[in-house]
Ligand binder design. Structure first.
Ligand SMILES: Nc1nc2c(c(=O)[nH]1)N[C@H]1C(S)=C(S)[C@@H](COP(=O)(O)OP(=O)(O)OC[C@H]3O[C@@H](n4cnc5c(=O)[nH]c(N)nc54)[C@H](O)[C@@H]3O)O[C@H]1N2
Ligand SMILES: Nc1nc2c(c(=O)[nH]1)N[C@H]1C(S)=C(S)[C@@H](COP(=O)(O)OP(=O)(O)OC[C@H]3O[C@@H](n4cnc5c(=O)[nH]c(N)nc54)[C@H](O)[C@@H]3O)O[C@H]1N2
Ligand SMILES: [Mo]
Length: 554
């Protein structure tokens, strides 16, 4: 979001999922789409089958590579160099969309100067991608009428994550690929409602609707709506809180729907921070590893047990309706938050009235009242209502009650006027392999498990499909260490160590290993680096240095 707001003025997927079928070229970079967004992956495969060209840029041979016209196998953490070189070739060979740049972009001269030295030869040395392939990909992308970019954590989970996103935005702008069907800049959102969470201001710098909390007018507006004084100081990012807890600057924490004891990079450091808190509250649908060390556990209801809306990756707001009542003492998240805030304010009646639920009498549905409030807070959702959402789903911006919603952003302009082409200097990862820790570890997901496994590992079908942890390793590295397939090894970084089974495969190159981070019995995050991107504070989960040793049989 930080990167996209800088260049375009708004942080979301610009186009639609079905629009993929209209594209001439797809650049999928740092996204294992068929495993992590299977439905979107299917659209890509369908488009490729119908003649769209597919470019995959990923250090691992993911399934999409089988259908790709070009597979760019860059070294992890070198995307910035690769993308700058693509832009360099496009300008060098005069393939940019001059009219679009003229009309829609600013800062072109400074941008052009910044990539003058980013030749394909320069990038080849950094990325390990052949010069001719960089040139071919640049030509394929720039010559297409409609070229779409799809990216996820392979781009963002780096100390250079924000820069990588800005570089991709530069590429989309200079080729005129924003504001039309089958193109765009498309960060595929991870969780079903992560778009909704960021829209609603679950970031410490923004109120709902990306209104900055240090903006005086926004502050006044929200203090009037919420009838309360509001501080204009941004809070801490989640990833900055660990150090603040260890320094005693944060004494209490309320975690809702996250299991950071397993999901935070360098998790033993994170766990120390949680244990130092005076009060840790965890609100979850299961007793997670984080809930186990909490002072208070608040049992929450799952998606099927509550009312509300989700905003999906296409910015489309959709109704979710309660299908079953919550078990035992569990309550929906909104009711829990409302009850606690009423106690804090000493206000028995609360700010939301609620009404009796016609089907399940236990919990009053406030969700519609909160939705009405949202429409007053943010003009982009002002035209939505539960009434309309009963019949249709709507993509923001949808400013009036008769507005059809906006599937494709930036058709006529950008929220900041013109796109800002930013000058980005490539910086490598925070930790590189050396003699002691010679291998690069990258981490991520597999189809059958979801993050820390709280939910998927309770499903027999999913768990039996992928029951145990493993580390992918190239046959050449396995031979050097005299390892056989499935053998247990010790994997260690500067931060911790685990024992894990080796999976020998050519999916990864020599020197690179991959661990899915789903398994607590061999938790990748004991190894990963918690170095942060200085701008958006995302941790570098995609690159760190490790060593592998054979376990001595006793
Ligand atoms: N089955 C399943 N689906 C999920 C999830 C899950 O846990 N399980 N989680 C959801 C969530 S919240 C998210 S955020 C998404 C994430 O979805 P993805 O980002 O697709 O998932 P990852 O496996 O983290 O990483 C994607 C790819 O990045 C590549 N990669 C590693 N290092 C680099 C690099 O330096 N550069 C580039 N270009 N690529 C690199 C990896 O090889 C991998 O193929 O998935 C969502 N979907
Ligand atoms: N090494 C490494 N680490 C990573 C990543 C990586 O690629 N590599 N990816 C990072 C990314 S992109 C993400 S998104 C995080 C994910 O990290 P987490 O969000 O910590 O992982 P989950 O296991 O999805 O935890 C979600 C929790 O929410 C609970 N839950 C589900 N529904 C509800 C509900 O309705 N209400 C409440 N209150 N709780 C609910 C679940 O039981 C679960 O415990 O991991 C990050 N960590
Ligand atoms: Mo995510």
């Amino acid at each position: 979001m930080t990167g996209l707001v800088t260049v375009l003025g708004s942080g979301a997927m610009t186009n639609t999922i079905n629009g993929i079928l209209d594209s001439d070229v797809m650049l999928v970079i740092g996204s294992n789409t068929t495993e992590t967004h299977p439905i979107i992956g299917l659209r890509m495969l369908e488009a490729a089958k119908n003649g769209s060209k597919l470019i995959v840029a990923d250090p691992r041979r993911i399934k999409l590579c089988d259908s790709a016209d070009h597979w760019v196998q860059q070294k992890p953490g070198t995307d910035g160099a690769l993308i700058n070189a693509l832009c360099h070739v496009i300008l060098r060979d005069g393939l940019e969309d001059k009219k679009y740049i003229e009309e829609r972009a600013e800062n072109f001269d400074a941008f052009k100067k910044s990539i003058a030295d980013c030749t394909p030869e320069w990038a080849a040395a950094i990325t390990n991608v052949p010069v001719t392939l960089i040139e071919e990909v640049a030509h394929t992308f720039a010559k297409a009428d409609k070229a779409g970019i799809y990216y996820t954590m392979g781009i963002t989970q780096h100390t250079s994550g924000t820069d990588n996103v800005c570089s991709l935005a530069n590429l989309a702008v200079i080729t005129g690929n924003l504001g039309k069907e089958g193109a765009g800049l498309n960060p595929l959102r991870g969780q079903n409602n992560v778009q909704g969470a960021s829209d609603m201001g679950c970031v410490p710098t923004f109120f709902p609707g990306y209104q900055r909390c240090d903006d005086e007018a926004a502050c006044t507006k929200f203090s009037e709506i919420w009838q309360s004084p509001i501080t204009n100081k941004p809070g801490l990012m989640a990833t900055e809180m660990g150090d603040a807890m260890l320094q005693g600057k944060v004494a209490g924490l309320w975690i809702m729907g996250e299991n950071p004891v397993l999901s935070d990079p360098n998790s033993s450091h994170a766990k120390k921070a949680f244990e130092k808190l005076e009060c840790l509250v965890v609100q979850d649908i299961f007793l997670t590893e984080t809930a186990e060390i909490a002072d208070v556990v608040l049992p929450a209801a799952s998606f099927a047990e509550k009312d509300g809306t989700f905003a999906n990756t296409e910015r489309k707001v959709q109704r979710v309706r309660r299908a079953v009542p919550p078990p035992g003492d569990a309550r929906d998240d909104l009711s829990i938050i409302n009850m606690v805030s009423n106690r804090i304010l000493g206000n028995q009646n609360g700010r939301y009235q609620g009404s009796s639920d016609p089907v399940f009498h236990t919990v009053p549905p406030f969700a519609n009242e909160v939705f009405d409030e949202i429409t007053k807070c943010w003009v982009a959702m002002a035209g939505m209502s539960y009434e309309r959402l009963e019949k249709e789903s709507l993509a923001w911006p949808c400013p009036e009650a008769d507005h059809p919603g906006t599937p494709i952003l930036h058709k006529t302009g950008f929220p900041i006027g013109k796109a800002w082409l930013s000058a980005i200097t490539w910086n490598g990862p925070a930790e590189n392999p050396d003699e002691e820790y010679p291998l690069v570890l990258t981490t991520g997901r597999i189809l059958y498990q979801y993050h820390t496994g709280t939910m998927t590992r309770r499903s027999d079908v999913l768990e039996s499909s992928a029951p145990s942890a493993y580390i992918e390793m190239n046959p050449l590295d396995a031979a050097t260490l005299n390892l056989t397939d499935n053998e247990m090894v010790r994997a260690a970084s500067r931060r911790g160590e685990i024992e894990i089974a080796v999976r020998i495969t050519e999916r990864v190159n020599k020197g690179l290993v991959f661990i899915p981070f789903h398994y607590k019995e061999a938790s990748a995050n004991l190894l990963t680096n918690d170095a942060l991107d200085p701008q958006c504070k995302i941790p570098e989960a995609k690159v760190c240095a490790i060593k592998i040793t054979k376990l001595e049989v006793a």
